[in-house]
Ligand binder design. Structure first.
Ligand SMILES: C[S@@+](CC[C@H](N)C(=O)[O-])C[C@H]1O[C@@H](n2cnc3c(N)ncnc32)[C@H](O)[C@@H]1O
Length: 470
């Protein structure tokens, strides 16, 4: 029974051990806090180690589905939201920061004295999480951080957070913000998924004013606007920090890999559509200063970008005109005609098919025959073999990929859960969608574009999809 998975696990463990031995290092310990600058963390992210660790996670997931009592597997899955709720509560109670300076652990009473939560409830929360390898219960009712819990450290002191709670996540690495955001408004929205899907209007409207999160919080407008409501000051700041945190799923210069920005002629115009404050444009601009850039976003975001980002970090780019910040609604006619590149990074996934088509058609109407469209989004793999993409020359260049060994799922199962979770974040929050290559191909075709190549960026959950006018 399960010999194949067993073999994959042990062969992959041996390969990881050998890779670490080569560097005279050991795999980072789960029992110790996460140290982003440790050489062992860098080795753990090297392509060969990531390939082996993905096989281990996929095979362990497959093996446990095989051997666990079916009722236990299903009930543990159904009750998974309790783990999310516990994680949200632990983070909102600043538990990671409270435990940071206590490597030997703190009792639930000492933690409770700092965050005001009932110690018994706190113990139950942390025990559920420790059972999922987040925190460690070292002796009864005494907990400490481990590699997973400490990844969510804001790096602020408890005093700093408590004296300015609204800004808890501002200026932090963002992982804590991303997880709190997921365990708060996204989880609350997800609990109304069925009501949303079975609603005769909302279920198939594709409109951004309809979303499971809107059902949960009783609003009928795009979630972007809801975030700006009075009372949502903490959530909106956390959401912005979470967006920054989500960049951790990409290597720092991912946007400079893949598409060859150097192939553009000098002074070529790059329009970063829905570019946020302009973080991505700044990276490209620093590497390719002879190109021209326009960052477009909603007025409030553009204003924040001007005052809080560019003026502090790269004011010369605004003053010499290399970068222009422009308030623009991408659901309306595109103002800039014949740009060399329209960049849409993490934009289309916020929208369902009908609205994504509107955005793409506006870009198509403004494009020339030479305009390139570069979409940066996750491509959700099918959970089965996609034979149309398997061999070079048959599918879209860049989409062919090696198949994992049998009997693992073609998408690597649990090792590759993030694209599916991201897809549901989009559905719940924005009535949006992370797409399969089949859906991208159809959507682009229906909007007058044709995919010419896909770039895979090592270590990134996002792909770059390059399209031209069809
Ligand atoms: C997920 S963020 C991506 C930001 C940026 N492209 C990046 O990769 O970091 C989506 C962005 O789309 C912007 N946005 C949403 N609706 C918009 C609209 N109708 N017109 C222009 N920008 C919009 C949001 O303000 C936000 O900055």
């Amino acid at each position: 029974m399960a010999q194949a998975q067993n073999y994959i696990i042990s062969a992959s463990v041996d390969q990881i051990d050998a890779a670490f031995e080569n560097f005279g290092q050991q795999y980072p310990s789960l029992d110790k806090p996460f140290n982003p600058t440790a050489p062992s963390e860098a080795i753990s992210l090297s392509p060969e180690v990531v390939r082996c660790s993905s096989l281990i996670v996929a095979a362990c997931g497959h093996l446990s589905a095989n051997v666990n009592v079916p009722a236990m597997s299903i009930y543990a899955t159904a009750g998974g939201f309790h783990v999310s709720a516990a994680l949200g509560a632990a983070l909102e109670g600043n538990t990671v920061e409270i435990l940071r300076d206590h490597p030997s652990g703190l009792s639930i009473y000492d933690i409770s004295a700092q965050n005001g939560m009932d110690p018994i409830h706190l113990g139950r929360i942390l025990r559920l999480l420790a059972t999922h390898h987040i925190f460690i219960e070292i002796t009864p009712n005494v907990f400490k951080n481990n590699r997973l819990s400490s990844m969510m450290d804001t790096l602020k002191t408890v005093n700093e957070i408590q004296s300015d709670p609204e800004n808890k996540h501002v200026g932090t690495p963002g992982m804590s913000a991303l997880i709190e955001h997921t365990c708060d408004e996204i989880m609350k929205g997800a609990s109304f998924l069925t009501e949303f899907l079975t609603d005769p209007v909302m279920g198939s409207s594709g409109a951004q004013e309809h979303s499971p999160m809107g059902v949960a919080f009783k609003y009928n407008k795009p979630s972007w606007e809801w975030y700006e409501n009075p009372g949502n000051e903490y959530r909106v700041k956390r959401f912005m920090a979470a967006m920054e945190g989500s960049t951790k799923f990409d290597p720092p210069n991912a946007i400079l890999q893949g598409f060859d920005w150097g192939s553009l002629p000098s002074k070529a115009l790059v329009v970063d559509v829905g570019g946020g404050m302009g973080h991505t444009t700044k990276k490209i601009c620093e590497a390719y200063p002879d190109l021209k850039y326009v960052v477009q976003d909603r007025p409030m975001v553009i204003e924040q970008g001007r005052s809080k980002f560019w003026r502090n970090e790269f004011s010369e780019a605004l003053s010499d005109g290399s970068v222009v910040l422009q308030a623009h609604d991408f659901l309306t006619e595109q103002l800039i005609l014949h740009a060399n590149v329209f960049l849409c990074r993490m934009i289309l996934h916020d929208y369902g098919r009908s609205m994504a088509k509107v955005i793409l058609q506006h870009l198509r109407d403004a494009a020339s025959q030479d305009t390139k469209l570069l979409i940066v989004d996750t491509i959700v793999p099918y959970a089965c073999l996609d034979e149309s993409q398997m061999e070079a020359g048959r599918g879209i260049p860049g989409m062919e990929f090696p198949q994992p060994p049998a009997p693992l799922l073609a998408n690597l199962g649990k090792a590759n859960a993030i694209p599916y979770i991201a897809d549901f974040q989009m559905l719940v929050g924005f009535n949006g969608e992370e797409r399969t290559i089949g859906t991208f191909t159809e959507l682009l075709y229906e909007s007058g574009w044709k995919i010419t190549r896909v770039f895979t960026i090592p270590g990134s959950i996002h792909k770059q999809i390059l399209a031209v006018v069809a």
